[in-house]
Write a protein that binds this ligand. Structure first.
Ligand SMILES: [Zn+2]
Length: 188
């Protein structure tokens, strides 16, 4: 078993779909309709950079950057973050985009998704990764909301380091590895 199997399992479990931006004719119009680009605020990426450098999740579909040709398993770190967005979307498809459109909602949701990814990194490797850079997606957050998100993440990091796994994706990953791929668990 490998990270590929783990990611595929999580995709099935949470009904995620993955597409590459280069194959997704609809990407730009969909991004416009959902106001995705506006969320970048003053740091609006160029169209080229948006297509080539960013993972974007809209509803249940995770769009990978145009040049991304690594296997799903090799993209584990970022995909487990994106799965968090899909989970939140299904939880309340109508309220999710509304919440995400606010700075506070966005800070909270991004911290939630990072926590899930962090938990899986810890389960796999015993490391948290360096504290995530919240500007990875170019979120339009002001200083106050960056602080909020980083505070949430620091709290999460402390819990995860003491072995507390609390997000659905983290719990599911742990269960699946225990049953199917204990060799992937850092701590047996
Ligand atoms: Zn995100």
């Amino acid at each position: 078993m490998s990270d590929q199997h783990l990611v595929e399992h999580l995709f099935r479990k949470y009904k995620c779909f993955v597409r590459n931006k280069s194959d997704a004719i609809e990407m730009e119009s969909v991004a416009k309709a959902f106001g995705v680009l506006q969320l970048f605020g003053v740091n609006v990426p160029t169209e080229t950079s948006f297509m080539e450098d960013y993972w974007t999740t809209i509803g249940p579909i995770i769009y990978t950057p145009r040049g991304e040709r690594r296997s799903l398993g090799d993209q584990r770190r970022v995909l487990t973050h994106e799965i968090g967005h899909v989970i939140r979307f299904y939880l309340d498809p109508f309220k999710y985009p509304v919440a995400y459109a606010t700075k506070e909602g966005r800070a909270e949701i991004e911290a939630y998704c990072e926590r899930g990814a962090m938990e899986i990194e810890w389960l796999r490797t015993g490391r948290l990764y360096t504290l995530p850079n919240l500007f990875r997606h170019g979120y339009a957050l002001d200083d106050g909301h960056v602080t909020l998100a980083n505070d949430l993440l620091e709290q999460a990091a402390t819990s995860v380091e003491s072995g507390i796994i609390s997000t659905p994706v983290g719990i599911e990953a742990r269960e699946w590895m225990r049953e199917n791929a204990p060799e992937l668990l850092w701590q047996k």
